[in-house]
Design a protein around this ligand. Structure first.
Ligand code: C5P
Length: 221
């Protein structure tokens, strides 16, 4: 579909809720650029681990974030549980978040036609003026099952129990932190995908976005 004005979409939600797949689909459908902001935090976490630095060290993490090597965004290790865990540790530091903020805003501002960004604080902090905000959730059990399947398909040696524990731990850490905690923006549309496959989730998201483009509210809530 084409549109004659810029469209900026913020997608937030907990780990393994299917935001990434949904965001990519939306970007493709509406001809928008896509940024997986979790990959930025993962890249910082991974760089710290590789340099033998402690992800809980705020100064070292901020330094790494300010000099982030964007080539790391293509690194296959970015998707491991270890990188995800390090990401959610470095993501608690204000200096890290500040270092990554302008990159994310510039991306949204400069993308011709507009952009889709997915993360935890896109609708609340990074792009509070986004045209459409979605908060995508699913139960912890369902999210762990999805992530477990994904990791297994990649040939990774993980147990379901470890994945479920990771999901719960990251939810708790991301929601409880003081800096830009994960939460739905007041004007976000909530999308619970526990009972939906990706096609159904995409249809639901499209209804909301199309209602916005048509000038309606899209049945917020
Ligand atoms: O989405 P993903 O699981 O790749 O994100 C990894 C971690 O990065 C999250 O658990 C969260 O702590 C952090 N993150 C964040 N803000 C974002 C995106 C990710 O704090 N906008």
């Amino acid at each position: 579909m084409t549109q004659d004005r810029r469209l900026v979409i913020a997608i937030d939600g907990p780990a393994a809720a299917g935001k990434g797949t949904l965001a990519r689909r939306i970007a493709e459908n509406y001809g928008l650029a896509f940024l997986d902001t979790g990959a930025l935090y993962r890249a910082v976490g991974l760089a710290m681990l590789r340099s033998g630095l402690d992800p809980d060290d705020p100064e070292a993490a901020a330094r790494v974030a300010r000099g982030l090597d964007l080539e790391l965004l293509e690194d296959p290790e970015l998707r491991t549980l270890k990188a995800g865990d390090a990401a959610s540790r470095v993501a608690r530091h204000a200096g890290v978040r500040a270092a990554l903020l302008e990159f994310q805003r510039d991306f949204a501002r400069n993308a011709p036609g507009g952009a889709v960004l997915d993360g935890r604080d896109i609708g609340t902090v990074v792009l509070p003026d986004a045209d459409v905000k979605l908060f995508v959730t699913a139960s912890a059990q369902v999210r762990a099952e999805r992530r477990y399947r994904e990791l297994k398909e990649q040939g990774r040696d993980v147990s379901f129990e470890d994945v479920l524990a990771m999901v719960k731990e990251r939810d708790a850490r991301d929601a409880a932190r003081t800096e830009a905690p994960m939460k739905p923006a007041p004007d976000a549309h909530l999308l619970d995908t526990s009972e939906m496959d990706i096609c159904a989730a995409f249809r639901a998201a499209r209804r909301i976005i199309d209602a916005h483009l048509a000038g309606g509210t899209g049945g917020r809530g």
